[in-house]
Design a protein around this ligand. Structure first.
Ligand code: GRF
Length: 208
């Protein structure tokens, strides 16, 4: 069965590019990216999608912001309609900077996947690499996980570690972690597209 993937990205798009390249070279089997959805018209990810001939849907989140308030319900109504039309098997968040509301998470339960630049459950939220340095840990890493209503929570699909050096800054750690993120996201999506899993007691169990 071919897995239809939709990527949601707000920025640079290097994780998106890693997944697209891995499909092209066969490291992710049985998969096709049917669209990139971005909330940000300036996202680098959009240029990558265009170069690769991948359809782009932009839902401008700035149109839903008024006097500092974000109309999440209005925004997600549009996002929900696009997802319903696309009918993906997997929705992959790759540097998607908006928090998804519970309606979408429930509609697409166990179909939405995220990458976070720490070894969850440590250092949830923004600037995880900075949090790791400030906590003085000697190892950090990244986590690919199913998205649940709790921020940066949810059953873990894949994790890999990176050493944190005494000399590291947020930038140097982020730079060293990035290729590990790419590898981890590819590993996770490849597993999702080639094996079946169930979630039991909040943990992913791989079948056959
Ligand atoms: C990555 O560090 C990812 O873990 C985090 O946002 C960043 C996105 O980078 N969620 P990119 O847009 O994939 O290059």
């Amino acid at each position: 069965m071919e897995n239809k993937l939709v990527i949601l990205a707000s920025g640079r798009g290097s994780n998106f590019a890693a997944i697209a390249n891995a499909i092209a070279d066969g490291s992710i089997p049985n998969a096709r990216i049917i669209a990139l959805i971005s909330n940000n018209a300036d996202a680098g990810a959009i240029g990558i999608a265009k170069r690769l001939g991948i359809a782009v849907r932009i839902i401008h989140s700035k149109n839903f912001r008024q006097s500092g308030q974000f109309d999440r319900i209005g925004y997600e109504k549009e996002l929900s309609a696009v997802l319903k039309e696309l009918q993906p098997n997997w929705i992959l968040l790759a540097g998607y900077m908006l928090i998804l509301g519970k309606e979408i998470i429930q509609q697409w339960a166990n179909k939405i996947v995220n990458i976070h630049p720490s070894l969850l459950p440590a250092f949830r939220g923004l600037r995880a690499q900075k949090q790791a340095i400030e906590a003085g840990v000697s190892k950090s890493g990244c986590t690919v996980h199913f998205v649940t209503e709790e921020l940066d929570d949810g059953p873990i699909i894949a994790q890999n570690t990176v050493e944190v050096l005494g000399t590291d800054t947020e930038e140097t750690l982020s730079q060293r972690l990035l290729p590990i993120e790419h590898h981890t996201y590819v590993e996770a999506v490849s597993k999702l597209c080639s094996r079946s899993c169930v979630i039991r007691n909040g943990c992913v169990e791989w079948l056959a």
